[in-house]
Design a protein around this ligand. Sequence first.
Ligand code: SF4
Ligand code: SF4
Length: 452
Amino acid sequence: MNTASLDSPLKPLSSEHIVDIAQQSGIVGAGGAGFPTYVKLQSKAEIVLVNAAECEPMLKVDQQLMVSESDALLRGLGYSMQATGAKQGIIALKAKYQAAIDTLTPKLPANVKLHILPDVYPAGDEVITIWLATGRRVPPAQIPISIGVVVNNVQTLINLAHAIDDQTPVTHRVLTLNGAIAKPMTVNVPIGTKISQLIELAGGATVSNPAYINGGPMMGKYLADIDSPVTKTTGGILAFPDDHLLINRRLRSDEQIMAMAKTVCEQCRLCTDLCPRHLIGHELSPHELVKSMSYKQFAKPSTLLSALTCSECSVCESYACPVEISPMRINQILKKELRASGAKYSEPIEQQDPMAEHRLVPINRLIARLKLEPFYHQAPLTTLDWQPQQVTILLSQHIGATATPCVEVGERVQVGDCIATAAPNALSVAQHASINGIVSAISDSAIILSRG
Ligand code: SF4
Ligand code: SF4
């Protein structure tokens, strides 16, 4: 992709102009949450932190983009600092991303530095990234700007640079295909491509009984429909045999999860001792939540509400619990109920655990515990000489209101044309055509484009 080099000065745009471009270009957090980026850019911040930890073991996107798109990343960071008024930029990445460190180091502006993170999980949970990179702690149920920090993902900032410098909105997504797949790779594909087509292009599954996860092995979701489309937040598709523990855990029903917790939990509190949010001083104590939900015994009036502060990092389920209980799933069940009732959590932050830094999970131990070794591949950045015949562009690929179609069936569109505008007076971003073609269908949830 073309972009201005670092030799060209950043465009002298106002904050409002950068915010407007981000919204009209459809930029959302590419790290997975899909929060519209323009809202973050409206804040006034001291620090813009680039979350380049990519600590989900099998995803290989950001670490390669930091090499291939280093100029765009630094320009996107510059624009983000320009919009928010931040005086400092920090790129937080791991020592093992040596190629990225070598590429970025000689290009860093004076107000931007690298911060080398330990190779632990979840170094990429933004609350933990901030703590590791700045020493600041985000209080429970608050967001990073409450302590003067805006966090952006690598691909998000690259998208911002292209939107401003090249006037190109978000039409493509870089993602990793990994696991039990013939040719593991990281590819840049049109948004709306069927995931099943990508699996085919990567040579198909190498096992006879494949099942798929959308995202990383820790936080990714079970992919029930492999014909579903790539969205702006699809970071990776992982294939495993359908009897792999990662698939089994995801297919347990809520009833099974609750029954296991009630009958098997020995209150050893390992889940709490390793919970990253608890370690930095949040009240969240998964063993207390398991007890509360199983036996209605509440340590404090705020115990149940603290489930709202769970990041769903999966450390308690995937690593800590010795007897296969999932405090995370229990929190998810509880969160749904609490959100439906409009409940809020508002307790202050407490002392951090003196052992906090030593209790984050080493990635090599996580890989062993999750039995990932046979499925773990480098997945190099690969250029595919291929275009889909049809794409399905979802009208909501972000947190907030659905975009409103602004094209009609039969209309011809080019890559980058706006096909749905941001919902007015709401948290929302626009959507754009990712292939040249014709609008073949419009529904409440999607626009289908076909070549022709
Ligand atoms: S780690 Fe498992 S057994 Fe121990 S307290 Fe937590 S849920 Fe219960
Ligand atoms: S998923 Fe578990 S370990 Fe992670 S924040 Fe929630 S309770 Fe803590």
